[in-house]
Structures are given as structure tokens and as C-alpha cells.
Design a protein around this ligand. Structure first.
Ligand code: NI
Length: 172
């Protein structure tokens, strides 16, 4: 079990374009995925991208199940997604509050496509594809952004809706 240090906003490594994974079934990839899951769960995160622990590879993990940080969110299956490609499905947008383990204590309102199709590889290199809506769609888009050097505050359209969690939501 290895809980890694999470890079915070301001660290230039978070702005990098991550590199595709080309070798699967390696001890290094297995360790990276285990470390990411341990780190995500230890911090009650809904997802984590490899660049957040300083590894510039296109690997994301996410899972939502009775998460105290997102009590209202519907369950999202544990997913290990490598070299993802995401495309919006339909025209419908969705606006929701986001948070990020690299931006602790803050929340911001972000608009994104409401439904997406994503495709990528699992830890064995096998391709899979899913259709996602709701919080699932939001999480996969948020994590994929990390692979392109984008943090959610860069997508907050009105900074009035970006602030401290305990001030925005004093009752939770
Ligand atoms: Ni994040």
C-alpha cells in the first residue's frame, strides 16, 4: 500500500501533456495503478490521474461508492482507464460542482457535455468502451483533463461560483 503525495495547483507538472502508455502487463504499470487507487481512496477522491502523483502517463482511475465528499453522487464503477479518448454524445450540457485533490478545499461550478462515450484500455491493454451520463460523465471528463494539463478551475466560467467548500456549503 502506497499513498503518494498529490501535487497541488501551481506545480508546473500539472500543466504537462501526459504520454500514452505503450507497454502493458508490466510491474511498473501494476504498481502505478495500485498506488493511484490507494492514494485516491485514502483521500476519499472520486478519481485520480497519474500526473497528480507526478507520473506523466495517460492513466486515470475513478470510483464512486458512498463517498463522503460526494454524498449525492450516484455510484460509478471502479474503472482503470488508460489512453482514453472521449467524445460528447448529443447536445445536452450539464452544470455541476467540481472539486479536485490537487485543489484542496475549493469547489467550482463547471459546465460540460452531459453524456459522453469513452474508449480506452484496461491494465492488460484490452480496449473497452462505455457510455456515461451524470456524475460518471463528469468524473471521466475531469480526470481526462488532467492528462492534457487542464485543472477544473480553468473551466469555471463565472468565478463567483468558485470558492471555499466550507463557505459555499456551510451545512455539509
Ligand atoms: Ni482533479
Amino acid at each position: 500500500m502506497a499513498v503518494c503525495k498529490i501535487l497541488k495547483m501551481g506545480d508546473p507538472r500539472l500543466w504537462l501533456e501526459a504520454e500514452p502508455v505503450t507497454e502493458f502487463n508490466t510491474p511498473a504499470l501494476k504498481t502505478l495503478i495500485e498506488d493511484m487507487l490507494d492514494t485516491m481512496r485514502a483521500n476519499s477522491g472520486a478519481g485520480l490521474a497519474a500526473p497528480q502523483i507526478g507520473i506523466p502517463l495517460r492513466v486515470i482511475v475513478f470510483e464512486v461508492r458512498q463517498n463522503p465528499r460526494y454524498p449525492e453522487a450516484e455510484a460509478v464503477p471502479l474503472t482503470i482507464l488508460i489512453n482514453p479518448a472521449i467524445e460528447p454524445v448529443g447536445e445536452e450540457g450539464d452544470t455541476g460542482w467540481e472539486a479536485c485533490l490537487s485543489v484542496p478545499g475549493l469547489r467550482g461550478l463547471v459546465s460540460r457535455p452531459g453524456a459522453v462515450r469513452y474508449r480506452g484500455q484496461n491494465e492488460k491493454g484490452e480496449f473497452f468502451e462505455r457510455l456515461a451520463t451524470g456524475f460518471h460523465a463528469r468524473v471521466v471528463q475531469h480526470e481526462n483533463d488532467h492528462l492534457n494539463g487542464i485543472l477544473y478551475p480553468m473551466r469555471v466560467e463565472n468565478l463567483r461560483y468558485f470558492g471555499y467548500e466550507d463557505t459555499l456549503f456551510p451545512d455539509t
